[in-house]
Design a protein around this ligand. Structure first.
Ligand SMILES: [Fe+2]
Length: 324
């Protein structure tokens, strides 16, 4: 569990409460800090922040600045955070009390300062990491089941993200694309391994079972409140723009763009690697397949971007990650 000590700034700047606001502003600029501790004798009696200046100073009369004392504008009623407190607890206390800066104390001595903005930034970063790690764990659960899909989702993710970048998707869209690609086959958890790894042709019932994996994936993910429509993208990754795909037979704009990207990356990866029922067909055949069906099965802009990437970088996946 992270504590406040991991996030506090140790740059402690102090000022005497009798000094003027102008002195405080100069000091803050000089030390590049947004908050300073206000002292009386050797006791901390408040915090003075940039916000105090913005909200409490009358800027129409700047001549008065040297005469306004810090103690008139500081935030008194000081709350302190113990250095060993959990950062989540401190963040909650600050939000509840509408406090933006807090001194951090250890054995009664001020050791640093913590700002709500810093804590929230760390919190958001941690949440994103947590989400990525959870999705990666889900991904490896599918891939552990058979050697043929091991690494498949990861490679599809790499190509899908490269296509997304080539097509100028936003950072947020790329985040969703990455997550969806890395778990697009999660529904295969419901398919018996002997069918997934069966050498030779599948019988119709087996094929129908395999075709259920987008819906199964959707069912696993639909209850999770991701910041992207991951469940829907996973559901649609086998749809084709002419309506010949599955499970819903969606067409053109009915298909989420990210699902169209994963579809093309999936086809390329599957053809460029060995499958249980056939050896790899190779990258040239894979490229022919998507170019032949551009605007028929696959979105034209996605195909163009994919072809550009793979012609530019023939060894898109390093050979040692492609099963031989
Ligand atoms: Fe799939």
């Amino acid at each position: 569990m992270k504590t406040i000590a991991d996030y506090m700034t140790k740059t402690l700047v102090t000022i005497d409460c009798e000094k003027s606001v102008l002195d405080a502003l100069k000091l803050m600029k000089e030390k590049s800090v947004s908050a300073i501790l206000v002292m009386k004798d050797s006791n901390t009696i408040g915090i003075f922040t940039e916000r105090d200046v913005l909200f409490k100073v009358d800027f129409s009369n700047l001549e008065h600045l040297p005469f306004i004392k810090i103690k008139e504008l500081m935030t008194g009623n000081l709350k302190m955070a113990d250095i060993n407190a959990s950062y989540i607890n401190v963040m909650e206390t600050m939000q509840k009390n509408k406090i933006r800066h807090m001194p951090v104390v250890e054995d009664g001595f001020v050791k640093g300062m913590i700002s709500l903005r810093d804590l929230m930034n760390h919190y958001n970063e941690n949440m994103e990491n947590l989400l990525e790690q959870t999705v990666a764990a889900l991904s490896s659960a599918v891939e552990k089941r058979d050697q043929y899909t091991a690494g498949h989702q990861e490679r599809v993710m790499q190509l899908a993200c490269a296509i997304g970048k080539e097509l100028f998707l936003t950072e947020k869209e790329l985040g969703g694309l990455r997550m969806a690609a890395v778990i697009h086959d999660i529904g295969k958890l419901f398919i018996p391994t002997d069918i997934l790894t069966k050498p030779g042709k599948l019988i119709e019932e087996e094929m129908n079972l395999i075709k259920k994996h987008p819906e199964k994936g959707y069912e696993i993910l639909k209850g999770i409140n991701f910041p992207w429509p991951l469940a829907e993208i996973v559901l649609q990754h086998h749809e084709k723009i002419n309506g010949s795909g599955y499970p819903q037979g969606l067409k053109d704009n009915e298909i989420i763009f990210e699902a169209k990207i994963i579809c093309v990356a999936d086809v390329i990866e599957a053809m460029a690697t060995n499958r249980p029922y056939r050896p790899m067909l190779g990258m040239d055949k894979a490229l022919q397949e998507i170019e032949k069906n551009k605007n028929i099965l696959y979105d034209a802009s996605v195909v163009d971007a994919c072809v550009t990437i793979l012609k530019r970088d023939k060894l898109f996946w390093k050979t040692d990650v492609v099963p031989s």
